[in-house]
Design a protein around this ligand. Structure first.
Ligand code: FHN
Length: 448
């Protein structure tokens, strides 16, 4: 686990530097005034949608964190390196990969009922196995497994049908690639992470072929790169890939993990920047302690934590990409579904405070929760319902109307005081986790 945390930390530090120091315009591979306008335009749907489903699914899901009958430390999808499994032995997993219970419509329905608006799924994780139909290698789910099915085709079609945006994850680091060398090449006991590029030109050609397939076959709306901390991945490589894929589809959104300051948005992992980040950003997070399915990992986050995290992201102007790890048979584990349904239930009532919202107008943190805003409205997401029935909002505006989002006909009493706007609340919170108060105002928000 230490090794993973180390790798994650290295990745995160460079990402964090990129996202905190670079606004959208300078994260780009190339920029001009015209491009910047289009870039903001292309980000609109994504910034509006706020909440997405991350899916880590691959051969490792079948192994479920075990090798030779013994548990392997670390995240499920890191099995190959943490279990020190030689390439040819790991590849045997493909021979029995047969997710008979996979149902694309069902997965998309779960995301939709959770209130998620886009899905990002692993087409190729660090293990190098391709979960899509590709001509670039036979090491793929269609040619290499008894299932002979392309889940990306089925999922992209189901997404289109159900009105969810289909997006894809692609790892630059590839533990199976002949163009990358393992960190420790010991034949019996290899360690892959971090690999070293040994032939940039050939790997780039392979990557381009595959990305072209992903873009044209599935019409992915976004590419979520990862693994760019491997050695020998250069700024020139990052720029070349960015320019190539956005040349194929100018509307394509690209995360910032091509590294070297290239990409459209920041990607903090497993943490939410307290006050958000200046440009577009998205926190990705696990529901338990693993991304890929791992039998016995039951360290589930509570509904309260998950709903609060979504609000926290929106309040900082960011998105929340929440991960599920389906089993090798193709089932999204029930504890994950239960939590997603709780989030969906909350969003059905309170979604107006999240979708299409902007970051908090206030410079200070609120002691009772969070804030978001839309034109003419300030939303207060109250996670600590006050025992004295009132809150002070650091707002100078005159209030047209104040009400609970859970009861749009309610009227809350407000009063301007020297300390700010006093809002009187009913004794009981409408929602035990977070209740939303809406303040309708004229003109721009005037914080205290
Ligand atoms: O190493 C991966 C990890 O397995 C997982 O895919 C996460 C998701 O953001 N990204 C990497 C580490 O940053």
């Amino acid at each position: 686990m230490k090794k993973i945390q180390g790798a994650l930390a290295i990745g995160f530090i460079s990402l964090f530097t990129a996202i905190t120091l670079c606004p959208l315009s300078s994260l780009k591979a190339q920029s001009s005034q015209k491009d910047e306008k289009n870039d903001h335009k292309k980000m609109e749907w994504w910034q509006h949608d706020r909440f997405g489903m991350f899916i880590h699914w691959g051969l490792y899901s079948e192994a479920a964190g075990y090798w030779d009958g013994k548990p392997v430390n670390g995240a499920g999808e890191w099995l190959m390196t943490d279990g020190h499994i030689p390439r040819n032995q790991y590849a045997q997993l493909a021979k029995t990969f047969d997710p008979v219970d996979f149902n694309a419509e069902q997965w998309v329905k779960i995301a939709k009922e959770a209130g998620m608006k886009y899905i990002v799924i692993t087409t190729k994780h660090h293990d190098g196995f391709c979960m899509f139909n590709t001509k670039a290698t036979k090491y793929n789910v269609v040619d290499g497994t008894p299932w002979h099915t392309d889940p990306m085709k089925l999922l992209s079609e189901a997404c289109k049908k159900q009105g969810i945006k289909f997006c894809t994850y692609y790892s630059i680091m590839d533990w199976h690639s002949p163009y990358q060398q393992a960190d420790d090449t010991n034949a019996e006991h290899p360690t892959y992470n971090p690999t070293t590029m040994i032939n940039n030109q050939k790997y780039l050609a392979y990557m381009k072929d595959q990305l072209q397939e992903i873009i044209t076959q599935y019409h992915t709306h976004l590419l979520w790169f990862d693994g760019g901390w491997m050695k020998g991945w250069t700024a020139a490589d990052a720029h070349e890939i960015y320019n190539y894929i956005t040349g194929l589809d100018p509307k394509l959104i690209v995360n910032n993990r091509l590294e070297h300051g290239v990409g459209d948005y920041g990607t903090p992992e497993q943490k939410i920047p307290v006050r958000g980040l200046p440009g577009p950003w998205e926190t990705c997070m696990t529901l338990n302690d693993t991304w890929g399915y791992k039998r016995g990992d039951d360290n589930w986050k509570s509904d309260t934590t998950l709903i609060t995290n979504l609000i926290h992201c929106a309040s900082g102007g960011g998105n929340f990409l929440l991960n599920v790890g389906p089993t090798g048979k193709g089932i999204i584990p029930q504890p994950e579904v239960d939590r997603l349904m709780a989030m969906g239930k909350w969003l059905k009532v309170n979604g107006d405070a999240i979708y299409g919202s902007d970051r908090t107008p206030f410079n200070e943190a609120l002691p009772y929760g969070y804030a978001t805003q839309k034109q003419g409205k300030v939303f207060l997401e109250i996670t600590k319902w006050p025992s004295d029935g009132q809150i002070i909002v650091p707002l100078k505006n005159k209030i047209r109307r104040a009400y609970l989002l859970a009861d749009k006909r309610s009227h809350l009493k407000t009063k301007s005081t020297p300390d700010g706007l006093e809002v009187h609340l009913p004794a009981d919170a409408p929602d035990p986790i977070a209740s939303v108060v809406v303040l309708e105002i004229n003109g721009p928000v005037q914080p205290e």
